[in-house]
Design a protein around this ligand. Structure first.
Ligand code: PMP
Length: 360
């Protein structure tokens, strides 16, 4: 039976990447060495490491004024590392709350220094991306943090607030490589790789050099961005296998036509699902307001919890996995990251239509 993987992360990897990895991961270029057993200081791994860093730069069109890092600890470590580096005693950090992950980032920063909520849609169960009153941003703001795509609630920013008031720092864990970015308006961006960039174990951090120069020097060396910049992310043993697979995913994105092509595919796939929701006469109800809808995580409800359970059960029998909504919000969620083929989304839409016919 074919499997249709709609997991929220770790999630589907491109099929050609899995095929390539099967061949090369355990006998790299006929060296009889697995990537996993190579020294991270040796020439073969260095080629893999710098190759992957360069591909991230070229695919995301990252300008020279930015550094790119491969770190560990997931996006969750960035929730702490960002304020440790930039939230100094005399300043405050502004957080925009658009979902559970931004709340987590806010809570972690609040343990480190002074923070404030600049905007939030919590009262509306995070159905929308908040309006940001930038004029209310206090003068002593060290940075503004936002989550570009809200994996759990299924909402996504179209464009980020202007960074002329304070540096903009973005958690792009669930939509990196799915849309082109305006670097003029970003000072730091981070993402765990396990959705659009590869397997878990490696986190991409991209930061503006001039911003990094303002970082707090008085923190443990391992948590300082500068340490990793100075050592090309080889300060300590990097997650070599994860970085190797990330490089293969970068090659695949390039072969598909780059990030602009990913953006187009994402919009096409999302519109198939949103049309199925909108044309269901209210049977399927989207969680996100239309102008905040995500192209990566499509969240929806059915008329009752019983029907939702039945939907998930029958879907699983047919090979669909990962459709159950996050435990904090319930309902259904289809995560349609870059590697999810359009045909899988079409098959899901067919299933939604037949389920609707039988149960409305
Ligand atoms: N931010 C967002 C937007 C996420 O979706 C996730 C994970 N699903 C995280 C942060 C946490 O990432 P990690 O598990 O890599 O720490």
């Amino acid at each position: 039976m074919p499997i249709y993987n709609f997991n929220a992360g770790p999630s589907a990897l491109p099929y050609p990447v899995i095929e390539e990895a099967k061949k090369s991961m355990f006998d790299y270029q006929n060296s009889e060495l697995s990537v996993l057993e190579m020294s991270h200081r040796g020439p073969i791994y260095e080629e893999i490491h710098y190759g992957a860093l360069n591909k991230v730069r070229s695919l995301l069109k990252v300008p020279d004024e930015f550094e790119i890092l491969f770190l560990q600890g997931g996006a969750s470590l960035q929730f702490a590392m960002l304020p440790m580096n930039f939230l100094t005693n005399e300043k405050k950090a502004a957080y925009i709350l658009s979902g559970s992950w931004s709340e987590k980032a806010f809570q972690e920063a609040s343990r480190i220094g002074e923070t404030y909520e600049l905007a939030s849609t919590k009262a509306d169960n995070y159905r929308a991306i908040p309006f940001v009153p930038l004029d209310q941003c206090s003068q002593d703001t060290s940075y503004i943090h936002l989550t570009s795509n809200n994996t759990i609630f299924g909402t996504q920013w179209i464009s980020y607030p202007n960074n002329k008031f304070a540096p903009i720092c973005v958690d792009a864990s669930s939509d990196i490589f799915s849309k082109t970015l305006d670097w003029g308006n970003i000072d730091l961006l981070y993402a765990g790789a396990q959705k659009n960039a590869g397997p878990s174990g490696v986190t991409i951090v991209i930061l503006r050099k001039s911003f990094m120069e303002q970082a707090n020097k008085d923190i443990p060396k391992i948590l300082s961005y500068e340490t990793h910049v100075k050592t090309d992310s080889l300060y300590h043993t990097p997650p070599t296998g994860s970085i190797y697979l990330l490089g293969l995913v970068m090659n695949w994105i390039e072969e598909q036509g780059g990030v602009a092509a990913m953006e187009k595919f994402a919009a096409e796939k999302a519109s198939l699902l949103y049309s199925a929701i909108d044309n269901s006469d209210g049977f399927y109800k989207g969680h996100a307001l239309k102008d905040s809808r995500s192209t990566m995580n499509v969240t929806f409800n059915l008329p009752s919890k019983e029907l939702e359970q039945k939907f998930v059960k029958i879907a699983e029998e047919k090979g669909f996995i990962g459709l159950k909504g996050h435990r904090s919000v319930g309902g259904l969620r289809a995560s349609i990251y870059n590697a999810v083929p359009k045909e899988h989304v079409e098959t899901l839409v067919d299933f939604m239509e037949s389920f609707l016919k039988e149960h409305k």
